[in-house]
Design a protein around this ligand. Structure first.
Ligand code: NAP
Length: 291
């Protein structure tokens, strides 16, 4: 495993395993376990994925079997919008579901609603040590800059959509300016743009006996971006982490730079209907807040 150092000194694996849309909990547990066996040390879940318990079970199993120590794992989960006014309960619930006494990286999932207020409670938990690092998701450059100018603890990570077809150079530049590490969600564009058989990526891969998928991951890592590919297939889980024995050259990087479409085909944070839809998504039943 190779690591990147966050702005608070914590070491974060450059590749992790994401579990968005792994809704079958048995499958989720087994896939996370297989990922740990394959060498992944970073697991990326979220309250709204509703599979934190399955992730926790897989970690426990791997720890109990002596495959890994808790302290060698880097567990990320995320605060859902529904809980921005009850962050403490959300953090404590995630800890309980994961079966952990600290979370390595805690992110707010969307820069919507009262996200600055939510972040302040995340800062308190960071100072207490319940969260080893805190950060954000889906924060476009102007949002990240605004937040960094507002808060006390600069986010360690901004998890955003990043793949060869949506490269977001300004996001990388802004993050670098503030000492924030970018983490790529959807590193395969969720399978879009024919990425797995894309002629440019496949051609580059042939030079190194690698697949288009491996080239796409290596490209982000070579830009200093953490990747968290998702797969529920053992051979793909293994393939996706087998990326340490090659590096892309200048020409390869140039060819991939030309694939950028400058936009997402997956989400549109600038569309009011999308924002409305996000607000309607629930991670759990409403809680009674005693305040
Ligand atoms: P992704 O990793 O870009 O793509 C996943 C798709 O690629 C699945 O259909 C998977 O199929 C397929 N796949 C994986 N490896 C493959 C390979 N080597 N060859 C062929 N097909 C392969 O999409 P994602 O799951 O949306 O993104 C990754 C992670 O980012 C998520 O799991 C989640 O943890 C995080 N995320 C965060 C946000 C956010 O708002 N913060 C949003 C989206 C995602 P199989 O599973 O069938 O193999």
């Amino acid at each position: 495993m190779e690591y990147i150092t966050l702005n608070n000194g914590l070491k974060m694996p450059l590749i992790g395993y994401g579990v968005y849309q792994v809704n079958d909990l048995k499958e989720c547990e087994e896939s996370v376990y297989q990922a740990i066996v394959a060498g992944y040390r970073l697991i990326d879940t979220a309250a709204v994925y509703m599979n934190e318990e399955a992730v926790g079970k897989a970690i426990k199993r791997a720890v109990d079997e002596g495959i890994v120590k808790r302290e060698d794992m880097f567990i990320t989960t995320k605060l859902w919008l529904q809980d921005y006014d009850d962050v403490q309960t959300a953090i404590d619930t995630s800890l309980e579901k994961l079966g952990l006494d600290y979370i390595d990286l805690y992110l707010f999932h969307q820069p919507m609603g009262n996200y600055v207020g939510a972040y302040r409670v995340m800062e308190d938990n960071y100072r207490e040590g319940k969260l080893k690092a805190i950060g954000v998701c889906n924060s476009y450059p102007h949002v990240l800059a605004d937040l960094c100018e507002t808060v006390e603890v600069i986010p360690a990570v901004n998890q955003i959509e990043l793949h060869p077809f949506f490269q977001q150079p300004l996001a990388l530049q802004t993050a670098k300016q503030y000492g924030v590490v970018c983490e790529a969600w959807g590193p395969f564009a969720e399978g879009g743009h024919g990425i797995f058989t894309h002629p440019v990526l496949s051609e580059i891969g042939k030079k190194y006996q690698k697949t288009a998928a491996q080239v796409a991951l290596r490209w982000n890592i070579d830009r200093g971006v953490v990747v968290i590919p998702k797969s529920v297939h053992k051979e793909r889980i293994e393939q996706n982490i087998d990326i340490w024995d090659f590096q892309l050259d200048e020409q390869d990087m140039q060819k991939i730079a030309e694939l950028d479409t400058g936009k997402s085909d997956i989400v549109n944070h600038f569309d009011p209907e999308f924002v409305k839809m996000v607000h309607s998504v629930k991670a759990h039943e409403e809680r009674k807040i005693n305040k």
